[in-house]
Design a protein around this ligand. Sequence first.
Ligand code: SF4
Length: 365
Amino acid sequence: MPDAPSLPDIAAPLLAWFATARRPMPWRETSDPYRIWVSETMLQQTRVDQAEPYYRAFVEAFPTVNALADAPLDDVLKRWEGLGYYRRARNFHRAAQIVRDDHGGLVPSDYDAFRALPGVGPYTAAAVLSIAFNRPHAALDGNVIRVLARLVALPDDTTRPATRRDLQGLADALLPADAPGAFNEAAMELGATVCTPKSPRCVVCPIQAMCRAYAEGRPTAYPVVSKKAPVPHRDVAVALLYDVAGRLLVQQRPEGKMLGGLWELPGGKVEPGERPEAAVVREVHEELGVEAEAGPLAARIDHAYSHLRVTLHAYPCRIVSGTPVSDLPLRWIAEDEIDTLAFPKATHKVFDALTAAQRTPTLFG
Ligand code: SF4
């Protein structure tokens, strides 16, 4: 790791720049640690413009940590619907209950106590505690990593844990004791608006004079990252099962799994060499214990998660024998109840595709 520029050199120009360039955001208008925590939890893996309406609706529905703790998990997931990474919402809900029960409803300002809460990693702890309580912890997110890697022209792969530790050490060394929250926000803001991944605007950068990547004339050569493996793809067959009243069967995903607690259409992975319409019949039998027939394909949609791409094939199915039973919660829902439950984005895409095609799969035969 090359030597860091001396602390005053970067902190002073960065903070001066931030004082004028700072974008208005609703969570920047509050010093409430809970609301700052909400924003930092949402902003993990979510862009600012996407998170903003969710933030407003979330703090309106759950204005305090105790209000969040007292709310049913289903309500919290519904408010989170569309943001993805639902583990964040479940952990946040559990953390709020611990704050209510063990900390008198006050967000802990002590690093170890806050860091011990579910879902609070080093980044969230540093960001919330520095911004809300002015605690001296450097927050290292993707934007800050890019800025620092360029600042020192770091030749090491920034995806490696050892490099992350080095960068954390560098960020800690640069952090001014009298303004850690503002410094963290300024570094993140610089990465988000000036030192961007593909087209950094070095000409307006407040730390250009200290930047080694700029001096080398190749800012975008940093940060160094190893090539990622291609994202795998999976075909999934799902069933549109209706009862005689025209209600649709949905089931809740198990806690502790990806998208846990959300509702979805019954179905599962298409095995190699298997046709999707055969897969949906097999899955319905395995999951619900009923014999079914699949009708013609009603919708096919693609959806990409960060680590997985899926194609959902949706078939109207008719139960030939048996009554659906499952270890997981099942519900028959009318169309207007779709808005009362939280579904993964991919399931919403199926609903949207069915609506757009004006196909209303019903019991057939
Ligand atoms: S000079 Fe360019 S590369 Fe260096 S920190 Fe500023 S924007 Fe990033």
